[in-house]
Design a protein around this ligand. Structure first.
Ligand SMILES: [Zn+2]
Length: 73
């Protein structure tokens, strides 16, 4: 799912859209693929991927979810 820090907590340039794995249960805090953690009440959900993405999240999620390449034959 997509989240970003709520307006007013940080400057607009820092409100990038992070990718967060959907938790199985309600966590104390959410952790994005880039390693950034978010305390309750500090983020807003982004219903569709829009805005400036967190490039570290994109890179990390791509490594995790990329299909394995065949061995070459
Ligand atoms: Zn991120």
């Amino acid at each position: 799912m997509f989240v970003r820090l709520r307006r007013g907590l940080v400057g607009e340039s820092q409100r990038v859209v992070h990718l967060v794995p959907v938790p199985n249960e309600v966590p104390d805090e959410l952790e994005a693929y880039c390693g950034r953690t978010f305390a309750p009440g500090t983020i807003e959900y982004v219903p569709a991927f829009s805005g400036m993405p967190c490039m570290s999240c994109i890179a990390a999620a791509r490594q995790i979810h990329a299909p394995a390449l065949p061995d070459g034959e």
